[in-house]
Write a protein that binds this ligand. Structure first.
Ligand SMILES: [Zn+2]
Length: 399
């Protein structure tokens, strides 16, 4: 039997398998019932005119989606800093044009994909939106993705049980987001930026983060058997916060505020920042909150964990009320490290005295680090996400 015939037979078998039984959601059209939990689609660049890509080994190109795994081209050379861009009728890779709206580039060896200078495991999916925009998606195993995210979101030198707690939280977050993006009809499950979770490819993966991913393989946390948005942050400052008091999310017992007391070793447990009123005015205006010269800033409401729920900004044109999270993001998350702060000062400069780093919802990472000296990742997760169970991923999670 020739290789060609083998490809065809395998393709038919997979198509038949996917076609029988009740309709199922498949997050990735290339994934089968058996493998649907093993991969994730990470949006590296969405709606962009082009990208610079290297493939450091021979590679193959497949149409996408293609459950049959039949390559349309086999390239025996590597690809060096080549531009991939859309054309009127297809996708151009270097000097070659492919008359298709979507394709998958599969390096013949692991970790040979370089996208805008960063190295990635897995394949690169290129989807043509129109004649001027492409989506670039890294299709990678969930374990490789989690190993990278854990090292980017938490120091890889931290205790293994803390890394494992992070691995489960990050996997749960990614799988929850996959469901949301599937329902929205998007081409990716998660974005590679901190708007979802930091992911920069192999650079942040270490032996320990790979072990944390492998040891917790396919485990997620659920509340009443459902995935939820497993928020986490660096340092709560003494008490985590109810999700509904920080974001526009509905209340959820698993994301309720809880006393922490484990994160006092964090360098951001206490902090103090001075910001000029004129800078606050400018940054609020830039963020879309038009205000006149500022006369004062006052905390109006606090959440259960003392994080600012609502803030009143008095200015010459009136009073602006906004959430602590909106204010922090507008002024700058590297100056106001958290929303757990008080405001003082009568002159041109305001002083913010605060505790913690991040939004304060869900797992406190510095708390997890301290707890990991004596407790397992399961106990850490159950502490910060009240009432959850650790379970395997299941196809009903995506319905
Ligand atoms: Zn804490």
């Amino acid at each position: 039997m020739s290789h060609r015939a083998t490809f065809l037979l395998t393709g038919l078998a997979l198509v038949l398998l996917a076609g029988c039984g009740s309709p199922e959601y498949y997050p990735d059209p290339n994934l089968t019932r058996r493998t649907q939990f093993s991969h994730v689609r990470v949006g590296l660049a969405i709606d962009v005119p082009e990208a610079i890509v290297s493939i450091d080994s021979p590679f193959r190109i497949f149409t996408y989606p293609d459950p049959g795994e039949r390559p349309i081209a086999g390239i025996k050379r590597s690809l060096k800093n080549s531009v991939i861009r859309p054309t009127a009728n297809g996708i151009q890779i270097g000097n070659h044009e492919f008359g298709t709206d979507a394709l998958r580039i599969k390096p013949n060896k692991p970790a040979m994909l370089v996208f805008h200078g960063a190295r990635y495991e897995g394949d690169l999916v290129v989807i043509r939106k129109n004649a001027s925009q492409l989506d670039f998606i890294n299709r990678v195993t969930l374990d490789d993705y989690i190993a990278s995210v854990v090292g980017a979101e938490m120091p890889a030198s931290w205790p293994l049980e803390a890394l494992k707690a992070q691995a489960v939280a990050s996997r749960s977050y990614a799988m929850y987001m996959r469901k949301q993006r599937m329902q929205a009809g998007l081409n990716y499950d998660v974005l590679a930026t901190v708007s979802d979770q930091a992911y920069g490819g192999t650079a942040s993966a270490t032996a320990n983060t790979r072990r944390a991913a492998a040891d917790t393989h396919d485990r997620v946390i659920k509340h009443r058997r459902r995935l939820f948005k497993t928020y986490f942050h660096s340092t709560c400052g003494g008490h985590t916060e109810n999700v509904e008091d920080i974001f526009r999310d509905p209340p959820l017992a698993a994301l309720g505020g809880t006393v922490c007391g484990f994160c006092t070793d964090s360098p951001r447990y206490t902090w103090s920042t001075e910001v000029r009123k004129i800078d606050i005015q400018q940054r609020l205006t830039q963020a879309g909150f038009g205000v006149g010269p500022i006369t004062g800033v006052r905390v109006d409401q606090r959440g259960i964990g003392e994080h600012v729920k609502r803030l009143a900004v008095a200015h010459t044109g009136g009073t602006l009320y906004l959430s602590g999270d909106q204010f922090r993001k507008a002024v700058g998350t590297r100056e106001l490290f958290s929303t757990r702060f008080s405001v003082s000062g009568n002159g041109a400069v305001l002083t913010f005295n605060g505790n913690g780093f991040g939004h304060g919802v869900g797992m406190c990472q510095y708390g997890a680090k301290k707890m990991a000296e004596k407790r397992t990742h399961v106990l850490i997760l159950k502490y910060y996400y009240s009432g959850v169970t650790l379970e395997k991923l299941h196809s009903r999670d995506f319905r």
